[in-house]
Design a protein around this ligand. Structure first.
Ligand code: SME
Length: 150
């Protein structure tokens, strides 16, 4: 499946759904099984001010709690910016939930009211696995899927 097919599949599967966890679980499943470089795919949810907790994911177990002050996920939540880290060893505050992770892409997720719901974290055991095309592809998909989520 190419990116357009995956987008269409995600949009079709999530149409009309507003439950955040149901949406996250579906997005994770579709991305994890279709992205050739994704070895861990999951969401961290904003559960309190400056605090992320693990949400739906696929792959080995992940860290349960990440403050906004820590790691790539925390930095993406704190700054509201997409972070594409080609080499996690070069990111000063990377949290090594899995020793095999070499690169990652983290995208903040908002609803249409501008509420930060969490971050999507794609991790790969391959260095520089995620491309700028992955970023530009996923940003509008996430915006559409989570527009009406709370
Ligand atoms: N790599 C992330 C932590 C989460 S996991 O690897 C599942 C980070 O540094 O934010």
């Amino acid at each position: 499946m190419d990116r357009n097919d995956i987008s269409r599949q995600i949009i079709a599967l999530t149409q009309g759904e507003t439950d955040t966890v149901a949406l996250m679980a579906t997005v994770v499943c579709e991305l994890h099984h279709s992205h050739p470089m994704a070895d861990w795919t999951g969401f961290y949810r904003v559960v309190a001010p400056d605090l992320l907790k693990i949400g739906p994911y696929q792959g080995g177990h992940g860290c349960l709690v990440i403050p906004f002050s820590r790691g790539v996920c925390g930095a993406a939540a704190r700054t509201g910016r997409v972070l594409n880290v080609p080499d996690v060893d070069a990111f000063p505050d990377h949290i090594a939930c899995s020793s095999t992770t070499r690169s990652e892409l983290v995208l903040p997720v908002w609803n249409a009211k501008g509420k930060l719901l969490g971050v999507l974290d794609l991790d790969s055991d391959t260095t520089a696995a995620f491309t700028p095309e992955d970023e530009t592809w996923l940003v509008p998909v996430l915006a559409q899927v989570f527009a009406n989520a709370e």
